[in-house]
Ligand binder design. Structure first.
Ligand SMILES: [Zn+2]
Length: 161
């Protein structure tokens, strides 16, 4: 499934659109929509004791599976700004990125997310602060030692495309 699969009409003028490869074009007003990946920022956050900050999905997609703290970028937001904002919203912790781990494409709820991931340090205990659309699917984030993660470690959606 792609970002434009359910599109039938132009979001600007309401005329029927034409789908051409990975874009939708409106013959009436000239609007062009592209099926881009959605950028997201997340981190493997360690505390001073070497524990990793994780949550479990409260809702689908991936209900019950582990996930890293993070979320989607706002339109004009730097990825590191998004990382700090999302982790602050989910845990009230301030994140200190220490290394860029990499990026990958991950299917998520009918879209494809371009995940940008860092290793990071955090201190203190996580406290849920706000429930926003980006973290509403998450249970409370808590620290875990790697041996406690033997069951259901990653969602099937984390397989490379
Ligand atoms: Zn149009």
């Amino acid at each position: 499934m792609g970002a434009l699969d359910s599109w039938r009409f132009c979001p600007l003028c309401g005329e029927a659109i034409e789908k051409i490869e990975d874009r939708a074009e409106c013959p009436a007003c000239g609007y062009v929509g592209y099926a881009n990946a959605v950028p997201g920022a997340e981190a493997v956050c360690f505390d001073a004791r070497g524990r990793v900050l994780l949550g479990r999905r409260a809702f689908d997609p991936g209900k019950g599976l582990w996930h890293l703290p993070g979320g989607f970028l706002h339109e004009d937001e730097h990825p590191l700004g998004a990382l700090g904002r999302e982790i602050r919203e989910e845990t009230a912790l301030e994140v200190e990125p220490i290394d860029f781990l990499g990026f990958w494409l991950e299917p998520y709820d009918g879209r494809v997310v371009l995940c940008l991931a860092w290793a990071a340090n955090v201190s203190g205990e996580p406290v849920p602060v706000t429930i926003s659309s980006s973290c509403a699917g998450s249970s409370r984030m808590t620290f875990h030692r790697p041996p406690s993660l033997r069951s259901r470690t990653t969602p099937p959606s984390c397989q490379p495309l």
